[in-house]
Structures are given as structure tokens and as C-alpha cells.
Write a protein that binds this ligand. Structure first.
Ligand SMILES: [Zn+2]
Length: 529
């Protein structure tokens, strides 16, 4: 069977997948007869740069194209010759195999001065143009500075940063994007139809996903599958070529996690192993799916624009998950799964990292979310993870609903802010550090706004245990019942909050009271001397 990507290479603009914005501009240039002297097509490999170049070369040289059309006819002598690679005026150079300056001089410069044989335009398509030597670029630049009439250069590159800016500035530049799963599936459907082969859409979508935006890879994979199977391609045949990954199982796992069903989630993972599924592929796909849901959550257009559409079948399944999961959950999942991915190969029990992640995700966040810690300092339910042994029974902190008067002003707070830091520091150095990286920005009633430069600082201070602990310290220092609200401002300019005098004060022994003990337990801090 001939290579599918050659056989089904687009012969006109309509058949070119994606790149709609680029197509529209070039088609318009053809219609208005405003063809540039030099084009620069950049972008990843296998997304249609040279295909676009050939169609453009054909369109400008087509003998039967009418003034109000942009598509080549694919029937006239010029079109047919270009399709067969026999047209002498369409010169394709692969710079990756032809880097010498002499070669470029010979191929490009001398021949660009000679008029075209039978065409309207002589077209030079230089693929992987970034591979040219400095001398070759200089020679090319000379031609581009005074381009001969009826000569078009189309420079293609996967590494635009290696192309000299003097060349770039003389070209009309187009950035090609990876091709979406949806677009790719359309093309694959067309191919299997032409080949008279029945393949389920789910399999074509899996092929497209595996190809990761590179059409040539997708066509190559499909070609391999077709060469194994008969007139109807089964899942088993497809499995031989593309690594099996069951997206149904991924969706199920995520559903179990949202329900915090640890047992079912772990059973699922072990069933996958028993069925011989590669856990590495499973985790890789799991990360892809969670990433997609996360980006869709940030902005639905974002995942689309990044070509993260998985194809209809899967999209429908993950839609409900997008509604159920919060952004912070998704971030946490992704961090965990990424960690699992890094740990997979070093484990003698292959599924262990994933099992640990599942347990952590199912159990880990429960107390922080559910426990009402607003009004009362109850001992944290998480086990103490440090060497410091806190008193076993902790008397409750003063009832916060009583002391509701907050006569304290922002100035007073700022004046004594260092004292808050001091009270925290001997017992939890890192919390003190976090608080130094914030600005006490506003007092709104009894709500104290703290602005942080970094989100992870804000998140830390916003977690219920720490928030309540801090509010209790504020109560002690100011005698006012203040509620902390943490904000993030990436442009925040941090000032030093702790003067040196306070630093010396901090080293004086402070008697740990119960509130501090509690914070200490929560943070897992350690008493240093
Ligand atoms: Zn033609």
C-alpha cells in the first residue's frame, strides 16, 4: 500500500487541514494578484507547510485558473506537472541535506535570474531553511534584497529562532499550528472512505490523539493499521499499532476520585494491570485529560485554541467532569499525577505511586474542606508530623463571636504588625516568612486584607487552620476580632516589614500558649532551642 500521506496529500486549499487564517490571507493575495516575493512558513513539523507551499505554487502557475478563483485546476499541464514533481520551475530544496553556500548559489541564485520556462512564476521552496550556513543565508539575502520579477521564495522552517532576522524581515511570515483532533479525524474518515475500509470513529480519534497534532504521523499510523487489518478494522487490530489506552477507564477513575471512593479507584488501577494495560500510557493519557479539563475550566476557548480537543466521543464523556471538578482540585490532581509519572519506572510495585496518589487525593483534602474551624480552635485532625510534642488537651480559644468590636485602625495594625510576626516566628519560622511577603493593604470593617505576591503564599494563609490561628494571634495582639482575607497581586512590590529591633526581640523566649501550639501542630513546625 502506498504511503497515505503522499497519496492523499491535499491538492488544493480546500483540502488543506486547519491553518484557516493563513489560507484566507494567501487566497486573498492570489485573488488580488498581490503575491509576495518571499514567504516564511514556520511551525512544527508535519502540519502542512510544504503542502501549502506547493498548492500556492500551483495556484499562481495554473493555466486555467480564472481571475475570480484562487484554487488551482489540477487539470492543466502546469498543475499536472507540479503534482508529478516534473515542473522545472518549481524548485524544492531541502536545506537539511544541502547546506553548502555553493549549492544555494547554484540552485537558487543563478537560476532565479533566469526567467521561468513555461510558467508565470518560478517558485523556490526551501525546506528546513534554518539549516543553511551563514554564507548561504548571506547569498539568499542578496537575492531577497532585490528579488527578480516573477520569482517567489517560500522558506519553511521548524526552528524560526535559527533564521537570521535579516531574512525574516524580508518575508511575509506565517506561523503554522498543530492540527486539531477534530480536523484530523475528518481527514482520516475521508481516507478510510476512499480506501473502502470500515473503522470506528473512536479508533480514528485515538489515532488522531496519538499523532498529537501532526497529520503525517496520523496518516502513517492509519496506514499501519490498514495494512494489518481487512476491510473492517477491529479494536484489537488497532491496539497492535497504537498503544491501548482506555479513556473510559480514565473517566471512571476521575469519577471515583471526585466521589472519594478510594477502594473502587484502587481496584480499577489493579484491574488495568491485570488486563495487561501499560500503566505508563494510562498515566500519560490521564495527565492529558486532566490538563484539558483544567485549561477548559480556566477558559473554554483556551483548550480549543491549544488544539486540545480529544474528539467527540471523549469530549462528551469528560463534559460532566468539567462541571464537577473545581480548578484547585484539578491543579492538585495534575500535580499528583505528574509526580506519579516521574516515579513510575523506579517502583518495583508499578502501581504503587498511583495508589498513593489516589489515597492522598481521596483523603488528603477532606479535613481542610469540610471541617468547620471558623469559630473554634479545635485540635487539627491531621496527625502531628514533627518532633515537637504539643499538650494533649487544648482548651478552646476565646469565643470569637463575643469580641466583635474592632476599634482598631489600620495604622494601629501596621504599627504592631511586626509583633504578629514575632509571635509566630519562634514557633513557625516559615509562616513568619510567608507573612513577611505580604502587604497589609486594607481594613474594611473587621476584615483585614492581606495582599500576597505569590498564590502559594495566599493559599497557605487562606487554609482554614492557619487562617483561624492567625486571627487568634491578631485577637491577642490587638484585642480585636479581625477576619483575614488574602489576595494575590503579582505586581506587588514587597517592602521589608520586620525592622532589626524586632529581630532581636524575636530571639527572646516567648512562652508558647495554646494558640501557638495549635498553629505549630498545623504547620508541622519545630521549636528551635
Ligand atoms: Zn491548472
Amino acid at each position: 500500500m502506498p504511503t497515505l500521506y503522499r497519496q492523499y496529500r491535499p491538492q488544493n486549499f480546500e483540502e488543506i487541514l486547519g491553518q484557516n487564517y493563513i489560507k484566507t490571507i494567501i487566497q486573498n493575495e492570489i485573488l488580488t494578484n498581490k503575491i509576495a516575493h518571499a514567504y516564511l512558513f514556520c511551525g512544527p513539523r508535519a502540519v502542512g507547510k510544504t503542502t501549502m507551499a506547493r498548492v500556492l505554487a500551483k495556484a499562481v502557475n495554473c493555466l486555467q485558473r480564472k481571475p475570480n478563483e484562487f484554487e488551482p485546476c489540477n487539470k492543466c499541464e502546469n498543475c499536472l506537472n507540479i503534482n508529478n514533481g516534473r515542473n522545472l520551475d518549481i524548485i524544492e530544496i531541502d536545506a537539511a541535506s544541502n547546506t553548502g553556500v555553493d549549492n544555494v548559489r547554484e540552485n537558487v541564485i543563478s537560476s532565479s535570474r533566469i526567467g521561468s520556462n513555461s510558467n508565470k512564476y518560478k517558485v523556490f521552496i526551501i525546506d528546513e531553511v534554518h539549516m543553511l550556513s551563514i554564507n548561504a543565508f548571506n547569498a539568499l539575502l542578496k537575492v531577497l534584497e532585490e528579488p527578480p520579477l516573477h520569482v517567489i521564495f517560500i522558506l519553511c522552517t521548524t526552528e524560526i529562532h535559527k533564521v537570521p532576522s535579516t531574512i525574516i524581515s524580508r518575508c511575509q511570515r506565517f506561523d503554522f499550528k498543530r492540527i486539531s483532533v477534530v480536523d484530523m479525524v475528518k481527514k482520516l474518515e475521508k481516507i478510510v472512505k476512499m480506501e473502502g475500509i470500515k473503522v470506528e470513529k473512536g479508533i480514528l480519534e485515538a489515532v488522531a490523539r496519538q499523532a498529537d497534532g501532526y497529520l503525517r504521523d496520523a496518516e502513517s499510523l492509519l496506514g499501519q493499521i490498514i495494512s494489518i487489518g481487512g476491510d473492517t478494522i477491529t479494536q484489537e487490530e488497532a491496539d497492535l499499532v497504537i498503544p491501548r489506552s482506555d479513556f473510559n477507564e480514565i473517566v471512571s477513575l476521575l469519577e471515583y476520585l471526585t466521589k472519594k471512593d478510594t477502594v473502587k479507584a484502587i481496584q480499577l488501577v489493579n484491574n488495568l494491570i491485570d488486563n495487561g494495560l501499560s500503566l505508563k500510557n494510562f498515566v500519560a493519557d490521564l495527565i492529558q485529560v486532566v490538563r484539558k479539563i483544567m485549561l477548559a475550566k480556566v477558559n473554554p476557548n483556551l483548550s480549543e485554541s491549544l488544539g486540545l480537543n480529544f474528539g467527540e466521543t471523549l469530549e462528551m464523556k469528560i463534559n460532566t467532569l468539567t462541571d464537577t471538578l473545581t480548578l484547585s482540585q484539578l491543579v492538585r490532581y495534575l500535580e499528583k499525577f505528574n509526580q506519579v509519572n516521574n516515579e513510575l519506572k523506579n517502583n518495583f510495585i508499578i502501581q504503587l505511586p498511583l495508589e498513593l496518589a489516589i489515597i492522598d487525593l481521596c483523603l488528603g483534602e477532606a479535613p481542610a474542606v469540610n471541617q468547620p474551624l471558623k469559630t473554634n480552635m479545635t485540635p487539627p485532625s491531621t496527625p502531628v508530623q514533627n518532633s515537637y510534642t504539643a499538650p494533649k488537651s487544648v482548651p478552646p480559644a476565646p469565643n470569637r463571636t463575643v469580641a466583635m468590636n474592632s476599634d482598631v485602625s489600620l495604622e494601629q495594625i501596621l504599627a504592631k504588625w511586626s509583633e504578629d510576626l514575632v509571635r509566630v516566628k519562634p514557633f513557625n519560622h516559615s509562616l513568619s516568612f510567608v507573612l513577611q511577603a505580604c502587604v497589609v493593604s486594607q481594613l474594611d470593617g473587621n476584615k483585614l486584607l492581606l495582599t500576597f505576591k505569590y498564590k502559594f503564599h495566599k493559599d497557605r494563609v487562606s487554609s482554614p487552620e492557619i487562617k483561624v490561628g492567625l486571627e487568634n494571634i491578631l485577637l491577642e495582639v490587638y484585642g480585636a476580632n479581625l477576619i483575614i482575607e488574602a489576595l494575590v497581586d503579582e505586581n506587588l512590590e514587597l517592602q521589608t516589614v520586620v525592622p532589626e529591633k524586632i529581630e532581636t526581640q524575636a530571639s527572646e523566649p516567648l512562652k508558647p500558649n495554646n494558640i501557638i501550639n495549635n498553629i505549630l501542630k498545623t504547620f508541622g513546625g519545630e521549636v528551635v532551642s
